[in-house]
Structures are given as C-alpha cells and as structure tokens.
Ligand binder design. Structure first.
Ligand code: NOJ
Length: 712
C-alpha cells in the first residue's frame, strides 16, 4: 500500500484515519501504483486515480499519505471548514497540526468553509540526470496526495492542495485550476503554518533587512527568530534535523517565516509595494513548501527534494552549459586597490584584463570575470541604476579585442551586469546586452542587484523581482549564456528547469572579508553555510584568497581579513558547492605558490557527494567524486576550535590503489596568528585506510585522492 494503513500515528489529530484506508482499499489504481512502486524500480512510473465520488467525499474529513519507505506520514484534515496538515517522521510528530489556506482580496477566499471534494493519488519513481551538479543521478520517488477543496458558499471555488511525500521529507503546494468565478485573483496572505512539536533551536538569517540575505547565521529557539528567510534549519534533536524552505519559486512572492510562538512558524509572503502579495490568473500554482527531514545534518545536504520538486529542464541541448573555474578583476576593487569607475585606478583596463587572461590560460581556468567594464559606474553607482549601459564599454576597455584575445587562449570573458536595482533600465537593454555577449563568445554573466535605494521600488524578494530574475534566466538561455546572480532571489532549485542558472550569492561571501567593519566572516561561518544557505543550492562564495591578512590591500587602515587558515581556504572549494568557483585573489598572489595546485586541480562538477561528518557551527567534512575522472576530493573545516577526526575512506573503489595529496594545517598554524602555515604531503591510500584529519583552530584540510593503479 502507498499508505501506512493501520499504522500507529501519535498525533494531536483525529483518531487513526480509518476512512482513508477504506477509500484506498476501494481503489484498484492506487493498489496498482503502490505495489509497483514497492519494487523500487528506477523506471518511470505514474498512476493517477481520483478515488472519491462526490457521495463518498462528503464523508471524508481527513486523508493520509506516507513516503515510499513509510517513515514519513502526512495527515491532511479539514476541521470546522479549515484545512490542516501534520507530519510524522519515524515515531515523532515533527509538525503538529498546522493551518493551510490562502486569503484572497475581496469576498472570495480559501480560509474557511472548506470541504474535501475529491482525493487523487499517484506514485512516481524515476531517476533523472543532472547536466551538471553535486551528484549525477537523482532518484525522484514519492507518493502524491492531491486534495480538491471546495468553498462551501457560492461561487463554490476550487483549490487543490498537493502533497508529495518522499523518504527525505515533504513538499506541498496550492493549485488553482481554471474555473468559473476565479480568473484573475490576488493573494493577500498565505495561512501556511509549520508548528514544530517543540521550541527547537533554529539557524536563521533575518528577513526584510537592507543587506538582503547577507547576514551571519544565528542560532536561537524558534520562538525568538522573529522574521526570517528560508531555508531555516532546525536542530530538533541529536538525530532529527529539519529544513523548511520552498521549491520552484518562479511566479510568486518569496516566502519568509514569522515566529508566532514556541515552535511555531507562519508563512509571510513578501508584499508588492501596494500591499498585495501575489497577483495570479487561474490556472495557477504556488511554489512547493518544503520540509526536509534527516537524522543527521549531512542528511539534509544530500537531500535532493528541492530539485525533485522543480520541473525538468526546458533546455533540450545543454551541451553549451559547462561548470568551471574563473579568476577576475574583482578582488582588487574590494581591496580598494582598483576602482569600478573610470579614472587612474580603473581595474577593468585592457592591459589588466590581458594579464588576467594570460594567467587563466596558463593555469587552465575557464573564465575571467571583468567588473567595471561598462559605462555607468562613475559617481555613487549604488544609486545609479538608471545610468548603466550594458553594451558600451569604457574607452580604456577594448571589449571586442579582449574577447578575441581570450578566445585565442581558450578562455572566455565572464560578463558583468551590475544593475544597482535599476530594473527597468536593465530590462530595456536585456536582449541587446545578451546579444552582444553571445556574439563575442561570452559564456557566462554575473548579474548584481546592489541597492541602496530600497524605498524607491518593489522589494528585493517580492513577486515583481521573482518574475524579473526568471526573465533574465530565460533570456540568457535563449542566448546560450550561463548566469551567476549576486544579490539574488534565494535559490529554490530552478536550475533543474533552467540549467543555465548556475550559481548565486545570497549569503555573506568572501567580499565581507575585504571590508566588513566588524572584521570579516568569523571562523565558524563555513561550518554553518553547508547546512543553511547551502541547502537552497550552489553558492558563489568566491573562495581561494591566499593573502589572508590582506597585505596586498591599499586600504588604510585595514578593517577586516580572511579568518581562516590557508588549508581551510582550499577545503572550502569542496565544502561549499558551486559549479562555477572563483579563485578570488589577485593573480600575483598565486604565482609560484605550491598550494595553488589544489585550486588548479579541484573540479566543480561532481559524480557523487558524501558528507562524512558535521555539526552545524562546529565542523564539517565533505567528500566529492569528480565527474570526469576517478579522483575524489575531501574538504574538512572547523570553527575556532581544533579538531581531530578519523575519516574512513570507505567511499573509494574496491581494488583500486590511490595517492592522497594532503594540504593540511601545519601543527603550529591557527587562523589568528599563523594562518599561512601549511604542509603538503602525499601518501598511498585505499578504501581500507582511515585518515587521521587534524584541524587547528579556524583550520581545515583539503585532499585530492587520485587513482594510482590497482591493489595487489
Ligand atoms: C556586490 C557583489 O556581491 C560583488 O561581487 C560585486 O563585485 C559588487 N556588487 C559590484 O557589482
């Protein structure tokens, strides 16, 4: 059976949902789907059945659906005309009865007076391949429950709530089929709640703040979180971790969460400037609200539920979409050595760019990012959104000549569109800008939405901007251009549908280490990111600064630095996932440095990802297998405390001998006083080896493990 009929559910809900068992037993379609699914076949399998006739439906007030392994159970209930759900994981009711529904503008709405009219079910079990990613193949295996609700009073509108229940969590969304009496409608509020079973600790960043998602993560009981962005990561227990987020945010307001009491979170949609939340026309669907469940923090990292809930790729030929590494005319501006604007310290000059192209070519990098190349940066560019040209370069930047110079050296220029939130200005030029880049062989564009004029327009995360981001990705796809967004809307897995949506910022990245007045990201930062921001998708963290104390900056006085050791700077390439990773430092800081070999070697496209250990805010160790070879890479990072782990290499292939190239903190190193001390050694290993990984305070370790023949 697709459901745990008769299973004992400890819930504050109604008695056991026996009426549900009755209905499924009546349905040959459901029986067929679930028994086939029980074979665990990776073949595509769908069976759909509307199981309740109107007469039967009148008797139903609750229905239940479980995950394929029956460990996750969702009960849906209508009580007093209001809709609720709860979620059980193993023996624990993780989400207690929580409200569902939406409030519309005007007299219509889906808050009260609801009745279940129909119930549909299906099971899907398919495996799909990512054109690039942190893992190659992803199994999409869920049981679905679709409940049609009707409003009891005229005009008897229909809203469907669809649950997809996976072994690693739950997604649900609202759907409004085409129907008389709905047409255009406006959502004023979403009533979705997430009532955790206790006031657990959550890791969060605040919402509605001027620096968007760029805040340090904090940990506190749910009742203290206030208004926060998703994903929110909840440490319920030593063996229960929960992430609440959303998937497939493509034409809706971003969902933030508001704490409303101990353990209680409520959806709060980012409004339009007129106070409404979502402007819709039926047929219409909301994004999926997601609840990922795992027994370890690493289990959240290797859950691909968010991607599974997105639509398959709309780009049929993805051969032009390629992960890679880049350097750029970028860190020099953040160090205050160069400027984006024109003048004597202009960074984006022809000469400087040639130097970066030569370096990229010599070391096998794919791209060179050039910021400040185009007219519009002069004056206070953070307020000049209407001034930017996305086609006219500054006179000291020979765009056409440099594109050609790069191509001859097998490198591509990475374009840059800083909008400073001048959305109309950008949209007016979008087609021309992408047309120009595509003609010049530019394969990727970094966009930016720095905004110091927040009261002038729509909010950063509302439906207006969600639509804008999608428009940019679609337009870029038409021109075969990959996108890397800074100051983005958060990632909700849309890279599955538009695989040219490569990576994005959306958290405090490396740049904060150049100028943040409180001294840069603290050593614990990278031990939190994989379990919070990283759960939403790839992060353009821009790692790899070697000059950790910023000796090469002309800023006086220095206010910040990189608060890691050098070995940890390398480990971040593995720990933080991004298909486009930067070697962020000034290129002269890499020349002749033995540790640079790791950055040259490390790939950005993976066959497999394994989280070997992790405690949020303390440490994490990740192993990833290269897609293009038999190599494995391991990254391990710690906070301000030293750690020592035994790391079994049991993920390696049986019968293969390997060499481990180990970039470790020197015994004498620490992030604060001796960050640069590193030891680089080699040793033979096999899958039976247990490596002793030693990390100094604020340190890390990066390991390349390459095959070296077979075991005798
Ligand atoms: C902020 C981005 O995060 C950064 O990478 C970029 O250099 C500046 N905006 C200028 O566009």
């Amino acid at each position: 059976m697709a459901v745990a009929c008769g299973r004992s559910i400890h819930s504050a809900f109604v008695n056991l949902p026996r009426s549900f068992c009755l209905i499924t037993n009546l349905s040959p379609f459901v029986m067929k789907a679930s028994s086939l699914a029980a074979h665990g076949s990776v073949l595509f399998l769908v069976s759909m059945a509307w199981v309740a006739s109107p007469t039967i439906a009148q008797q139903i007030d609750h229905v239940m659906v479980s995950s394929p392994d029956e460990e996750v159970v969702v009960v849906f209930l209508v009580s007093g005309g209001r809709a609720f759900y709860n979620v059980v994981f193993g023996d624990e009711e993780v989400i207690e009865p929580s409200r569902l529904g939406v409030r519309l503008q005007g007299p219509r709405g889906f808050e009260d007076g609801l009745e279940i009219r129909d119930v549909g079910r299906r099971t899907v079990d398919e495996t799909w391949r990512q054109p690039w990613g942190e893992v190659r193949d992803i199994r999409n295996h869920f049981n679905e429950l679709a409940v049609d609700l009707v409003t009891a009073a005229e005009p008897f509108l229909t809203m469907r709530i669809v649950f997809r229940v996976y072994d690693d969590g739950v997604g649900f969304r609202y759907e409004w089929p085409e129907q008389d009496g709905l047409g255009d409608f406006v959502i004023m509020d979403e009533l979705t709640e997430f009532a955790l079973d206790a006031d657990h600790d959550a890791w969060w960043i605040p919402a509605y703040r001027v620096h968007r998602y760029e805040y340090l993560y904090r940990r506190s009981p749910i009742s203290d979180v206030g208004s926060v962005h998703t994903p929110v990561t909840i440490e319920a227990d030593d063996d229960l971790y929960v992430s609440i987020h959303e998937a497939a945010l493509t034409d809706y307001a971003s969902m933030t969460l508001q704490s409303t009491g101990p353990g209680k979170l409520e959806a709060d949609l980012v409004p339009w400037s007129d106070g409404t939340k979502v402007k819709a026309t039926a047929p219409f669907v909301s994004p999926w609200r997601t609840i990922q469940l795992a027994t370890s923090p690493g289990g959240l990292v290797t859950s691909y539920l968010i991607l599974n809930l997105n639509e398959p790729s709309r780009i049929l030929d993805t051969s032009w979409i390629r992960p890679g590494k880049y350097v750029g005319i970028w860190w020099g501006m953040h160090l205050d050595n160069w400027t984006w604007e024109s003048g004597p310290r202009h960074g984006a000059t022809t000469e400087n760019t040639k130097r970066y192209i030569d370096f990229a070519s010599k070391h096998g990098f794919d791209g060179v990012l050039v910021e400040g190349w185009n007219i519009g940066w002069d004056g206070d560019w953070t307020r000049n959104g209407e001034e930017f040209s996305f086609t006219r370069p500054y006179p000291d930047f020979d765009l056409e000549g440099l594109a050609e110079y790069a191509a001859r050296r097998n490198v591509a220029i990475i374009g840059h569109h800083e909008t400073a939130f001048g959305i109309d200005n950008y949209e007016r030029q979008l087609e021309d800008a992408f047309e120009l880049y595509s003609r010049l062989g530019v394969k990727a564009v970094k966009t930016g939405y720095v905004d110091n004029n927040v009261h002038r327009h729509e909010l950063h995360h509302g439906q207006y901007m969600v639509r804008h981001f999608r428009r940019v990705v679609e337009s870029a796809a038409r021109h075969r251009i990959m996108v890397n967004v800074h100051e983005p809307i958060k990632d909700t897995g849309i890279r599955r549908t538009w695989p040219n949506m490569m990576t994005r910022e959306g958290a405090r990245g490396m740049e904060y280490n150049a100028w943040a007045t409180e001294g840069g990201n603290p050593p614990e930062h990278e031990t939190i990111l994989p379990f919070t921001r990283g759960l939403s998708g790839p992060f353009d963290f821009t790692p790899g600064v070697f000059d950790l104390t910023l000796e090469s900056s002309t800023r006086d006085p220095l206010v910040s630095r990189v608060n890691t050791t050098l070995a940890k700077a390398l480990a971040n390439y593995v720990v933080i996932y991004s298909p486009l990773h930067m070697a962020a430092d000034l290129v002269e800081n890499y020349e002749g440095h033995p540790a640079f070999k790791f950055i040259v070697d490390v790939p950005t496209d993976w066959e497999e990802t394994v989280v070997l250990n992790g405690k949020i805010g303390d440490y994490v160790t990740v192993a990833r297998k290269d897609r293009g070879s038999g190599d494995w890479y391991v990254g391990s990072v710690t906070d301000e405390f030293a750690r020592q782990f035994d790391v079994p290499l049991s993920f390696l292939e049986e019968g293969v001998a390997y060499v481990a190239e180990i970039y470790a903190d020197a015994f004498s190193a620490d992030w604060d006083t001796r960050p640069l001390e590193i030891t680089i050694t080699e040793r033979p290993v096999t899958r039976d080896t247990v490596l002793e990984v030693r990390l100094v305070p604020g340190g890390g370790q990066a390991i390349r493990i390459r095959p070296n023949g077979s075991v005798n």
